[in-house]
Design a protein around this ligand. Structure first.
Ligand SMILES: [Zn+2]
Length: 459
C-alpha cells in the first residue's frame, strides 16, 4: 500500500512538475529562505511538528500529496545523488523518495498555520529541500510577512521605540522584495545571514517587532515606481554615505545626508589601539607583504569623511588599499566603519614650536628633541612655514604643502584608530532611526530622511 502511494506521488510530480524559478501568481507572497547550515552527504535533518505532517506541492498548499506517518521525519540526500532526498520516519522506516529541487514542501498537517521544527529550531510556514554539489540546503518556504517576524528582531533591538521598529519593518520588507533574486541561481531567494538579512525564524520573534510588522502590513519604500533596495547599517556616526562611494553604482535614493541623530548613540564614536606587531600580522595574513609597517597615509576621503584610499608604507615597500579593504583586513568589527582617522598614542605628533617634521615625497617624519622655535629652510636658506594643519617646505622645484594630520608615523609603538559609526554608512542608520523615533518622528519621516526621494506605498 505504502509503495503504491509513493509511486502515485512520483507520478504526480513527474506529470505536474512545478516551476521552481519564476514565481507563480499564488507564490508572490512567499519567500524561500535557506536556513541553517548546509548538510553534508549522509547527514540527516530532523524535522518535526506538534500535530501531524503532510507534503504538498509548492503551488498547492490546500490538497496534500501525502500525509506522513508521524510528527517527526528524517531527511537526507539519496545515496550518490544530488537531486533526490530520502524520507525516514521516527523508527527509521523508509517512507518516500522525493525530488530535491524545492518543489515538494513539508508542512504541519492538522493545524491551520503550519509550524515546523528543524533540528529543534521552529519556523513558520513550510520546509523544503534543495540538493547541490555542496550538500543539502534546508529551505523555509514562508509567507513574507511571517519571514519579517523573524527578521526585524534580529536586525534591531526589539525594545526600541515603536516608530523605529516600524521603519525597520518597512526597510526589511522592501529589502526582501528587492533582493528576491540574490540566490536564485542556487534555487532559493535569500539566506539567513547578514549577507541577505539575519533571520531567526519563530524562536526569534518578539511581540513588539511582530506588532511593527503587522502595523506596516505590505508597506514598502518605492522610488520611481520600483521597490527601493533599502539597505541599512548600525550607525552612520553623523553622516551617511553615498552608495557610489562604497559600491561604485549611483543609486538616487542612497545619497549621503547629514545625520545629527546618529551623533550621540551606540558606536557613534569608537577608538582602538593596536600595536604595530599585530597590525603587521593582520596585513601579512591579508597578503600585503611590505615588511614592517612604518606609516599610514590617508590619501583620499569622501565628502562625508570616509576613507577611500590609503597608503601603507613598510620597510620593504608600500601598498595602496581602499578604506573598505583596510577595514576588512583589520576586521570589520574592530574598524567599525571607514569613517576613521589614524594617530599615535602620544600627543607629540601635534605641531608645536619645538617639533620638527621632515617631509619627503611619501611621508612626514617627526624629528625628536627640543629645538626651540624652528623654521624650515631650503638649500639656499629661504624660510618655509608651517601651521597646525599643514607644513610647507621649499625644495628645488618650489614650495610643497603637506597636510600633517593625514600622515602618521607608527614605526615605534602603537597606532590609534579613532572613528565614528558602525557599518557601511549607506541608507538608514538604525541607531539614528531609534533616536529620531525618540524625538517624535514617525516611521515615514524616518525612512524619508535616510532614503532620499522615496515614497511609502502598499505593495
Ligand atoms: Zn544571502
Amino acid at each position: 500500500m505504502k509503495r503504491n502511494l509513493i509511486i502515485f506521488i512520483a507520478l504526480i510530480i513527474i506529470l505536474f512538475p512545478s516551476i521552481s524559478n519564476g514565481r507563480t501568481e499564488e507564490d508572490l507572497d512567499y519567500i524561500d529562505v535557506k536556513i541553517g547550515k548546509t548538510y553534508e552527504l549522509l547527514e540527516r535533518v530532523r524535522i518535526s511538528t506538534d500535530s501531524g505532517m503532510s507534503i504538498y506541492q509548492k503551488d498547492d498548499k490546500v490538497d496534500a500529496l501525502m500525509e506522513l506517518p508521524g510528527n517527526t521525519m528524517y531527511i537526507s540526500l539519496s545515496l550518490g545523488r544530488y537531486d533526490e532526498i530520502d524520507v525516514y520516519d521516527d523508527s527509521n522506516t523508509y517512507v518516500a523518495t522525493l525530488p530535491a529541487n524545492g518543489t515538494v514542501i513539508f508542512g504541519e498537517g492538522d493545524s491551520e498555520t503550519s509550524l515546523m521544527s528543524v533540528d529543534g529550531k521552529k519556523y513558520r510556514g513550510y520546509i523544503t529541500f534543495i540538493g547541490s554539489r555542496n550538500g543539502l540546503y534546508v529551505i523555509n518556504h514562508v509567507n513574507i510577512e511571517d519571514y519579517l517576524y523573524g527578521v526585524v528582531p534580529k536586525e534591531i533591538p526589539s525594545l526600541s521605540s515603536e516608530e523605529a521598529l516600524k521603519a525597520q519593518a518597512v526597510a526589511a520588507r522592501s529589502y526582501a522584495y528587492s533582493t528576491m533574486n540574490k540566490h536564485i541561481n542556487e534555487g532559493f531567494n535569500v539566506c539567513d545571514t547578514t549577507h541577505c538579512q539575519v533571520y531567526g525564524g519563530y524562536d526569534a520573534e518578539q511581540p513588539t517587532t511582530n506588532k511593527a510588522v503587522d502595523q506596516t502590513l505590505g508597506l514598502v519604500a518605492e522610488y520611481d515606481g520600483n521597490i527601493a533596495s533599502t539597505v541599512f547599517h548600525s550607525s552612520s556616526g553623523g553622516h551617511t554615505e553615498s552608495s557610489e562611494n562604497v559600491w561604485g553604482g549611483r543609486v538616487p535614493y542612497l545619497v549621503a545626508v547629514e545625520d545629527p541623530f546618529s551623533l550621540n548613540t551606540v558606536n557613534s564614536k569608537w577608538e582602538i589601539v593596536m600595536d604595530s606587531d599585530s597590525l603587521n600580522q593582520k596585513l601579512m595574513s591579508g597578503g600585503i607583504d611590505i615588511g614592517e609597517l612604518r606609516s599610514i597615509d590617508i590619501m583620499e576621503t569622501t565628502e562625508s569623511g570616509r576613507v577611500v584610499e590609503l597608503i601603507l608604507n613598510g620597510s620593504r615597500g608600500s601598498a595602496e588599499v581602499s578604506g573598505e579593504r583596510f577595514r576588512s583586513l583589520i576586521g570589520t568589527t574592530t574598524i567599525k566603519s571607514t569613517l576613521f582617522s589614524v594617530g599615535t598614542n602620544t600627543d607629540s605628533q601635534d605641531m608645536n614650536d619645538s617639533t620638527i617634521y621632515a617631509a619627503t615625497e611619501r611621508r612626514i617624519q617627526m624629528l625628536e628633541g627640543d629645538r626651540g622655535k624652528i623654521s624650515i629652510i631650503s638649500g639656499d636658506e629661504r624660510i618655509g612655514s608651517y601651521s597646525d594643519e599643514s607644513i610647507a617646505v621649499i625644495g628645488d622645484r618650489g614650495v610643497f604643502t603637506y597636510k600633517t594630520p593625514e600622515t602618521v608615523d607608527i614605526s615605534r609603538g602603537s597606532v590609534v584608530i579613532s572613528g565614528r559609526g558602525f557599518g557601511h554608512g549607506i541608507g538608514m542608520s538604525q541607531y539614528g532611526a531609534i533616536e529620531m523615533a525618540k524625538q517624535g518622528f514617525d516611521f515615514e519621516e524616518i525612512l524619508e530622511h535616510y532614503y532620499t526621494g522615496i515614497e511609502i506605498t502598499k505593495y
